[in-house]
Write a protein that binds this ligand. Sequence first.
Ligand SMILES: *Cc1c(COP(=O)(O)O)cnc(C)c1O
Length: 238
Amino acid sequence: MTGEDVDLLSVAHNLNNIQQKISQACQTGGRDPEDVTVIGVTKYASTERTIEAVEAGITNIGENRLEGLTEKYNAIEHEVNWHFIGNLQSRKARDVVGKVAAIHSLDRRSLAKEINKRADKPVDCFVQVNVSGESTKQGLPPEETSHFIEQLADYEKIRVVGLMTMAPHIKDEDLLRQYFRTLAELKVQIENEQWDHAPCHYLSMGMSNDYEIAIEEGATHIRIGTELVGPPENNESR
Ligand SMILES: *Cc1c(COP(=O)(O)O)cnc(C)c1O
């Protein structure tokens, strides 16, 4: 589906389509749809369009910048779980920790230290992994992830609930599947360590382009922007 097709449609309509594709992927992958949380990514959408998403049934919202998070957090009165999914500058950690259900982009010790300092209770974090090795992507190399997570035991307010990745924007399904599988295997490896601070049961992977494959490979949290609220260019004037 192209961007123009989706934008004209209501979020409820888009969500309905997405839910059908999720059930399909769950069937193919032998997964329970109850185990897949849809995070509506509203970084390109207006507050009005975001409210439309919430009224359509979205209860988890993802933003990748503090400004977008704050604007919507202040304007939206519905019960929503907020997720911070973008690169987080350490100095902005203070403004994010009190608002969100989870931070999906923990990728360095200095950020963990800052979150730990600013939080009054444990913060659910996903550690971001760069499975494709693309230099433009944030995240730790897979081979450094386990050691990094082990070291996070130093920070009592960091709770590693899972791993997160952004796959490259490509069409090659086999390669995408391989990236998601790498993250899923890494998750099991870390889960098996049974570290108190890192239960690591979740996988935040899959976006508009690739979420069906991600679900088949075990995603528990998919992050959908374009297919839910429309593409960036059509949201600019909102
Ligand atoms: C923008 C964004 C998404 C959503 O991307 P779409 O392709 O629009 O679905 C998901 N995750 C992160 C980290 C993002 O920045």
